[in-house]
Structures are given as structure tokens and as C-alpha cells.
Design a binder for this molecule. Structure first.
Ligand SMILES: Cc1cc2nc3c(=O)[nH]c(=O)nc-3n(C[C@H](O)[C@H](O)[C@H](O)COP(=O)(O)OP(=O)(O)OC[C@H]3O[C@@H](n4cnc5c(N)ncnc54)[C@H](O)[C@@H]3O)c2cc1C
Length: 457
């Protein structure tokens, strides 16, 4: 709110008053260096460059890969993300959304998740006080939109094929941060923002504690052709099976995108199958009737009756997911899944953003949304700092960013990790507890609203 007021009242004279104190004479010196130009780094660079209070700051974006030349084609990319409504707001503000809208995206009006080992399910839809719960967008399309917007920014310099070899962080007050590339080039800055993903060089240089583990699972993605043309393919489906989760994310009336999380061994086998065999396996995993435990069945039925008498939605009325007829050629690919969290996101003159700071299991579709949430917070805090005449590397300001984001990210990450663990067992007491929990959550509208709100920030 404060930032919005500041942005409106910010005048050109104020821009001059807070002109960068850095040595602009040195062409390799920048006020801000963004390390890593993935979805998070490219968006962060654009957001800060477009912040009117920071418009006189020199920003450099360093990305290891070659220039991004992707152009939209009729064929969908196999990598998509489910963006939350807050991410859409950010994209609208910085001009990405119009490019995405011009190409394509798929709004999700309902999410239905259900347990293969019991009758319990949960759904989130527009009745839970939001019009659309998520938007499915191709990763490449986000980068494409970022590319168009970033190219027009006078205060942003982008260097591709620029792999960071090392970062020398400032120890004393007046020292600059130095970033050295593998090709020998080097740059200095007042503020270094690490958006260089899970194996972040910036995080390594900070020497922060990092808690991480591998789920011994992979996420298999593919573009699926549905058996029937579904006029309203607006539902995201997620089935919890004993070996992991299967999610179908709508793309258009005939296609959905798959994220199948399963053990490393199973995924390796699934990748080896012919397309026809793979489709059979997938349909079987989506539709297979697992033997249900009597105790769990009785308990969920009993809870269902109690909820009915209380006039709460007693669920059980599941909608049926679509079945799959084929997959797009060569669209299968798999990615290792892990958890990771940096105990500190900041130190003087440095901050971690996106997967460099936190990595989650994709079962809740939250990973990159957390990164976009980091961007909103950092944009506001740095804007306020610059407006008040403070340096961008001010530790107290960066601390505000860390506190705000960890307060949001840590509970979300723990909830996702808990869900992952809860749903990869067929141990009856756990199945019983999670089924009753899911059923209760489904019935309690305020709880569902709270979950949607947490997932949207
Ligand atoms: C199967 C799967 C499905 C997912 N689905 C969803 C979803 O539905 N919703 C969601 O919110 N999230 C989802 N995620 C998570 C999401 O993909 C990640 O959170 C997101 O990609 C992280 O973006 P990032 O920019 O922080 O990191 P990255 O995408 O890892 O980008 C880091 C960038 O830094 C560059 N880089 C790395 N090292 C260097 C270096 N030394 N020098 C210079 N540049 C460097 C890299 O080239 C890269 O461009 C999913 C993840 C997986 C695996």
C-alpha cells in the first residue's frame, strides 16, 4: 500500500535527489546484479527496473544459458506451471500478462484432489471466493514475455552465456561485491540478488546453512491428448496413489499437461515404455481401484453422515477425471524432486530469491509462485529504502525481506513436505488420519479459504 502511494507521488526531482551514489563511470559497476535469468530472475529484473523509485539504478541480469530465442508454436511445451492469482497480478503490473494472453493460457476453475486408498477428496473452486484458482502457463511463454518487456528497459542490461564462477561478497562497509564469470569477465555491484536456482553459486558464496533432501522421486511431464473433446476443460486433477501423485493440468479442450511424481525406479521404467504402453499405465494409475481398508471406509462414511447432519459438504461426490488417448510425440521428460531451504536468505548486500532460497515438491504447484511472492516483497522493500535515501544493501531492509518471506514460505514448505510424506504410505492409521483430515478440510469452507489465501501470496 505504502509503495503504491510512494510510486504515485514520486517525482522526477525525487529521482534525481536519490540518484545512485555508485560510480557510474565504471561501466562494469552496477547498482544491482541479478544472478540467473530463469523465470524468477527475469521477472525480478523487470520488476525492479520498472519500479519508478529505482528507475535511475543500473541493473545487470547475468544468465548462464545462451540467448532465449523461443517463439510460440502451435505445439505446447511440456513444461508448464500453475500460477496463482497473485502471480497474475504481478504479471499484469509489469506487462507480462498481455503477452501471455496474446498467446495462450488456461484458467483453472476447480482443483479436485482425491486419495486412491479411500473415498476422501477435496476440491477448491470459485465457490471458495475466487473466480479462478490458478492459470496454467508454459514456462517458455513466461520467459518469452519477460524477454519482450526486458528488452525495452533502458536501465537493464542483460548478458547471456554468462556463467558465474564465483562471487566475492563485501565484508567491510565500503567494499563492493564482485561477481566473476567463467569467461573471465567481472562485474561489481552494491546489491547482488541470487536467482540462480537450486545449486546457487550466490548461496554457496554466502556460506549460509542449507537444509535439503532428495525425495528419491522424479516428476515426469508430458503433453496428453484426451479421449474426448471436453468443452470445459477447466479442472486440475490430482490423484494421490501409494507411489506418489498424478496431476493433470488443463491446456485446452483436448489436451492436458501431466506431472506424474513417482519413485526414481518407476519413472525410469515409464520413460522406457512405448507411447501406447505409457498411456495404458497412466490410465490405469488414474482409474485403478485400490483395495480399500474397511476401517478407513467405515470411518469416512461415519464422518460423512455427521457432516451431513451439520449441513456441511460431506463430499464423496467426486467428478471423474478425463481419460487419456495418446501423448504428444517426444513430450515425456523427467526431473529430480527435492526439498531445500536456506536458513538465511540475506547478508549485507546479498539476497536469495526463488529456488535459490527454497525448493519444494511440485504436488501443490507452489514452487515458482513462492519465488514470485519473494519478488513482490523485495520490490516493495527496496523501493521504500531508496525513497528514504537508504542504500540498497542496507542490512535492516534486507532483514525485513527475509522475515516477511520466511514467515510465508516456511509454513507453506512444511505443509507441502508433510503432504508428500502423508501420501506416500499405505499404513492404515496414516491413511485413516489423512482421509478424515481431507474430508474435514473439504467440509470446512473457512479452512479451505485460508488454504487458498496462503497459496495465493
Ligand atoms: C515437474 C515440476 C513441476 C513444477 N510445477 C510447478 C507449478 O505448477 N507451479 C509452481 O509454482 N512451480 C512449479 N514447479 C517449480 C518451478 O519449476 C521452480 O520453482 C522454478 O523453475 C524456479 O525458478 P527459478 O528461476 O528460481 O530457478 P531456475 O528455473 O532453476 O532458474 C535459475 C536460472 O539461473 C541460471 N543459472 C544457474 N547457475 C548460474 C550461474 N552460475 N551463472 C549464471 N546463471 C546461472 C540458470 O541457467 C537458470 O536460468 C515445478 C517443478 C517441477 C520440477
Amino acid at each position: 500500500m505504502l509503495n503504491a502511494v510512494l510510486r504515485k507521488s514520486f517525482s522526477k526531482s525525487a529521482c534525481r535527489r536519490f540518484a545512485s551514489s555508485t560510480s557510474l563511470s565504471s561501466e562494469n559497476h552496477y547498482d544491482i546484479i541479478v544472478a540467473g535469468g530463469g523465470m524468477v530472475g527475469s521477472t525480478l529484473a523487470c520488476t525492479l527496473s520498472k519500479n519508478p523509485i529505482l528507475s535511475n539504478r543500473k541493473i545487470l541480469l547475468l544468465e548462464a544459458s545462451k540467448e532465449f530465442n523461443w517463439k510460440p508454436t502451435e505445439k505446447y511445451s511440456n513444461r508448464v506451471v500453475a500460477l496463482n492469482p497473485n502471480t497474475r497480478k504481478l504479471f499484469e503490473k509489469i506487462g507480462f500478462w498481455k503477452h501471455i494472453e496474446n498467446v495462450r493460457y488456461s484458467p483453472v476453475c476447480k482443483i479436485q484432489a482425491w486419495d486412491a486408498l479411500s473415498e476422501s477428496m477435496i476440491s477448491f473452486d470459485s465457490n471458495n471466493h475466487v473466480d479462478e484458482v490458478a492459470y496454467i502457463v508454459e514456462n517458455s511463454l513466461i520467459l518469452y514475455a519477460a524477454n519482450i518487456e526486458n528488452q525495452s528497459l533502458h536501465n537493464l542490461n542483460i548478458i547471456n552465456d554468462a556463467k558465474i564462477k564465483s562471487c566475492n561478497l563485501a565484508i567491510h562497509e565500503d567494499e563492493e561485491i564482485q561477481v566473476e564469470l567463467e569467461n573471465g569477465a567481472s562485474y561489481t555491484c552494491e546489491l547482488l540478488l541470487g536467482c540462480d536456482g537450486v545449486n546457487s553459486k550466490v548461496r554457496e558464496a554466502m556460506g549460509v546453512q542449507y537444509v535439503g533432501w532428495n525425495y528419491k522421486q522424479m516428476g515426469l511431464v508430458a503433453t496428453l491428448n484426451l479421449s474426448e473433446d471436453t468443452e470445459e476443460n477447466r479442472i486440475a486433477w490430482q490423484r494421490y496413489i501409494p507411489t506418489g501423485t498424478i496431476a493433470l493440468l488443463p491446456l485446452n479442450t483436448k489436451q492436458s499437461s501431466l506431472v506424474w511424481c513417482n519413485t526414481n525406479e518407476n519413472i525410469k521404467q515409464l520413460l522406457k515404455l512405448s507411447p501406447e504402453q505409457f498411456v495404458d499405465e497412466l490410465n490405469s494409475a488414474l482409474w485403478k481401484q485400490y483395495e480399500k481398508n474397511d476401517i478407513v471406509n467405515q470411518a469416512t462414511k461415519c464422518l460423512g453422515s455427521i457432516l451431513k447432519t451439520l449441513d456441511a459438504p460431506a463430499n464423496i461426490m467426486q467428478q471423474l477425471p478425463p481419460s487419456i488417448c495418446s501423448i504428444e510425440e517426444s513430450s515425456r521428460a523427467a526431473f529430480p524432486l527435492g526439498f531445500g531451504h536456506a536458513a538465511n536468505y540475506i547478508r549485507k548486500g546479498v539476497a536469495l530469491v526463488g529456488d535459490a532460497a527454497h525448493r519444494v515438491h511440485p504436488l501443490g504447484g507452489q514452487g515458482v509462485n513462492l519465488g514470485f511472492g519473494d519478488i513482490c516483497s523485495l520490490d516493495e522493500i527496496l523501493g521504500n529504502a531508496a525513497y528514504s535515501g537508504r542504500k540498497l544493501n542496507n542490512l535492516l531492509d534486507l532483514r525485513k525481506y527475509e522475515t516477511a518471506r520466511q514467515r510465508h514460505n516456511v509454513p507453506t514448505m512444511l505443509a507441502l513436505d508433510g503432504l508428500q510424506k502423508l501420501y506416500t504410505t499405505d499404513f492404515t492409521p496414516v491413511v485413516l488420519l489423512r482421509s478424515l483430515g481431507l474430508q474435514l478440510t473439504h467440509a470446512l469452507t473457512p479452512v479451505k479459504r485460508a488454504i487458498i489465501e496462503q497459496a495465493s501470496h
